[in-house]
Design a protein around this ligand. Structure first.
Ligand SMILES: *[C@@H]1O[C@H](CO)[C@@H](O)[C@H](O)[C@H]1NC(C)=O
Ligand SMILES: *[C@@H]1O[C@H](CO)[C@@H](O)[C@H](O)[C@H]1NC(C)=O
Ligand SMILES: *[C@@H]1O[C@H](CO)[C@@H](O)[C@H](O)[C@H]1NC(C)=O
Ligand SMILES: *[C@@H]1O[C@H](CO)[C@@H](O)[C@H](O)[C@H]1NC(C)=O
Ligand SMILES: *[C@@H]1O[C@H](CO)[C@@H](O)[C@H](O)[C@H]1NC(C)=O
Ligand SMILES: *[C@@H]1O[C@H](CO)[C@@H](O)[C@H](O)[C@H]1NC(C)=O
Ligand SMILES: *[C@@H]1O[C@H](CO)[C@@H](O)[C@H](O)[C@H]1NC(C)=O
Ligand SMILES: *[C@@H]1O[C@H](CO)[C@@H](O)[C@H](O)[C@H]1NC(C)=O
Ligand SMILES: *[C@@H]1O[C@H](CO)[C@@H](O)[C@H](O)[C@H]1NC(C)=O
Length: 615
């Protein structure tokens, strides 16, 4: 869990906008607006992603913390509930990478029975922390098995260890993984964590570099394949090769490893299944500039910081034909930053990051979690004077999972051009993405990350006019909100009206208002998005209310049981329509459209522009 950065997050000073108040007071027109005309089919879109894996938006778990997340002798109900929610929304459980620095410290011992990672009292191997420092036993797999059925797991094997019995040791751990994972799905092996940093942590010495790594990687893959995978019927291309974690003076870039022979050493590419990349938006102690929530919420900074990895992903996908996964990612490493990574602003950043990386065809993203990280989607144990609890950024995962589920395993994501933005106070704060289902436009995701503190009584908004085309004329568009009192809020974030219980992750519908809009006769609809809020505008029904299919064609976990009945046809085109919840739905009471409060400027604007109403 360490990554050096190329291009530190720039500290952009937000311009303060006075225009918002002035515009409101003097005119009904909305300065902060943009009109977008998304292609209504993928064939007409200029660029859309490949179909997303329903497990796309996943988590990394630091191996030393597996028992905290999965539980010891007793299962961790919060982790399991939260993972199951996401599986129900997207159609498949989130992809888990069980790897990190501590994966290179542990050896497997079948006689070690404890429900915890053990300390090896006789550690003798090399390394600042020795490569045989820890011991895991069968309980490690027993607790992993508690995760949702078929959870895809990338399992980190210890490659740092290179005492004379290293082949026996890695084969033993690999065999335990194959034997121990029945409920969850062993998806791949990662071999070693961030080997480009191994001179620093003294795992290796002398002439260690990309070429020696390549040889040692293939040597171990060969043994694990022939002794473990092949007899068990697994394919040879089962190993994720680590690309560089550092961008400075590295010999571990993908094209360098390929030139060294990574993909051709043994009779063509026999072993590498995927390029396993790590990054953090910001890493304390490495990134030199100071870090603020405002920086995180400037989405231009994300793209600047990610530029190098964007290039690497293109090389991986286009030049090597292999998938590129971001197996270790987070807003702030190594263990987050209070009042930045644990805020509602981080939830918006998370949703945007998933969508952005999807448009780059990155195959999967794992947000890394340690027990003590304020950037983990939930805290699994008692710590910092607090019990286990869900952090706002989990709601970004929930939103992404429902967006993916909305396409029934056919979801493709596109990025809409939101430049230029005339009101510069919104520069870097506005993003819009499309989600397609079976090739047809299903939803538009509207993100406004302009900071708005919870304490601020006058929050601005940015209005999107969507020209959804003749195919979507006179159609209902339902809005799902990723919202909270403000960007700095540490709790109170909701997604699609839901909140998740700290006890076991159960979703409760805390806001059962259903907001829908009717498109005009030409398919236009106007949607204001409050500062520090995201909205998914879903065509035809509320996101999450129509069945998502699992791999076997069964309906899985809808959050609400039926499509709201909408009386929109009686409402004027382009205005909010009232939708009533059918009886028996999980939502608690009949839903009503949010009413216009306060009159004045906003109410007038709503009538004129037919806007959705704000929370
Ligand atoms: C968008 O902003 C422009 C320029 O301020 C304004 O003329 C127009 O009326 C606005 N459009 C909407 C739909 O509010
Ligand atoms: C898509 O583009 C094709 C050709 O460019 C055009 O004929 C067709 O009408 C378009 N379809 C839609 C739904 O816009
Ligand atoms: C992503 O993959 C799709 C489908 O293969 C392709 O059409 C698109 O151009 C790719 N996007 C990028 C950014 O390479
Ligand atoms: C490298 O480390 C190994 C194992 O700790 C040690 O035996 C060897 O002497 C070291 N070589 C150099 C050049 O430092
Ligand atoms: C494998 O890669 C190496 C390094 O680029 C190259 O010298 C060699 O010719 C390649 N072998 C094959 C069989 O392509
Ligand atoms: C994480 O946040 C809590 C407050 O929720 C704080 O007490 C703790 O010091 C933070 N931990 C770190 C490592 O910053
Ligand atoms: C998913 O597929 C099922 C069965 O074909 C269908 O009933 C449902 O409407 C689909 N859901 C979405 C969101 O398209
Ligand atoms: C929000 O609060 C922080 C900390 O008090 C302050 O620095 C920042 O200027 C405020 N931002 C806004 C948009 O009010
Ligand atoms: C949204 O912003 C416009 C100005 O752009 C303003 O007229 C309106 O009152 C705002 N709405 C709310 C609810 O703050």
């Amino acid at each position: 869990m360490f990554a050096l950065h190329h291009g530190a997050a720039a500290a952009a000073a937000p311009a303060v906008s006075l225009s918002l108040i002035l515009v409101c007071a003097t005119t009904l027109s909305l300065a902060q607006n943009i009109t977008l005309s998304p292609a209504t089919t993928t064939t007409n879109a200029s660029l859309v992603s490949a179909i997303l894996d329903p497990s796309f938006a996943g988590f990394g778990i630091e191996p030393s913390n597996l028992f905290d997340f999965a539980g010891g002798e007793t299962a961790n109900a919060l982790s399991i509930g939260l993972l199951q929610n996401l599986a129900d929304y997207s159609g498949a459980p989130p992809h888990i990478r069980l790897g990190g620095n501590t994966g290179d410290y542990a050896l497997f011992d079948a006689s070690y029975a404890n429900f915890q990672v053990g300390q090896n009292p006789k550690a003798t191997s090399q390394g600042t922390i020795p490569a045989d420092n820890n011991v895991i036993g069968p309980a490690y797999f027993e607790v992993l098995e508690r995760f949702p059925k078929d959870t895809p797991v990338t399992f980190g094997l210890n490659m740092a260890y290179y005492d004379s019995d290293y082949i026996d040791q890695i084969v033993r751990t690999a065999q335990a993984a194959v034997d121990g994972m029945k409920n969850v799905n062993l998806y791949s092996f990662e071999v070693g964590n961030e080997p480009d940093l191994w001179l620093q942590n003294k795992f290796r010495n002398g002439s260690w570099g990309g070429k020696t790594y390549m040889k040692e990687f293939l040597d171990r893959a060969d043994a694990v394949y022939n002794q473990v995978l092949k007899p068990a019927g697994y394919p040879a291309t089962f190993f994720e090769a680590q690309a560089t974690a550092s961008t400075i003076g590295t010999t571990f870039e993908i094209d360098m490893l390929v030139a060294d022979g990574m993909l051709n050493a043994t009779n063509g590419n026999k072993y590498v299944s995927l390029w396993n990349q790590h990054d953090y938006f910001y890493f304390i102690g490495v990134t030199t500039s100071p870090m603020t929530l405002d920086d995180l919420m400037d989405l231009d900074n994300t793209e600047t910081q990610f530029l190098y990895w964007k290039q690497q992903s293109a090389i991986a996908i286009q030049d090597t034909g292999l998938p590129f996964a971001l197996r270790e990612m987070s807003s702030v490493g190594p263990i987050g930053m209070h009042q930045v990574s644990d805020t509602h602003g981080a939830a918006l950043w998370t949703l945007n990051f998933f969508l952005y990386t999807a448009t780059l065809n990155i195959s999967s993203v794992q947000m890394h979690m340690t027990s003590n990280s304020n950037a983990s989607a939930w805290q699994p144990i008692d710590l910092y004077g607090q019990g286990p609890h869900v952090r706002p950024l989990y709601y970004g995962h929930a939103a992404m999972a429902q967006i993916i589920g909305g396409g029934n395993a056919t979801t493709q994501i596109g990025l809409l051009d939101t430049t230029p933005i005339t009101d510069t106070s919104y520069t870097g704060r506005i993003r819009a993405y499309t989600a397609y289902s079976k090739g047809a436009l299903q939803s538009v995701i509207l993100i406004n990350t302009k900071p708005a503190n919870a304490s601020s009584t006058t929050k601005g908004n940015f209005t999107f006019t969507l020209a959804l085309g003749a195919a979507n004329a006179d159609t209902s568009v339902f809005l799902s909100y990723l919202t909270a009192d403000g960007s700095d809020a540490l709790d109170g974030t909701t997604w699609n009206g839901m909140a998740y219980a700290d006890a076991d992750g159960t979703a409760t519908q805390v806001d059962d208002t259903v907001v829908s809009l009717r498109t005009s006769s030409t398919g236009d609809v106007t949607i204001p998005v409050r500062d520090s809020q995201a909205i998914v505008a879903n065509i035809g029904h509320l996101l999450g209310t129509v069945g998502v299919l699992d791999g076997e064609g069964h309906n899985v976990g809808d959050t609400t049981t039926a499509l709201p009945t909408c009386t929109a046809s009686s409402a004027p085109s382009g205005t909010a329509a009232s939708c009533v919840e059918p009886t028996g739905a999980k939502k608690k009471s009949a839903a009503v459209v949010r009413s216009v409060h306060g009159g004045g400027c906003f109410a007038a604007a709503a009538v004129v522009a037919g806007m959705a109403l704000l929370t």
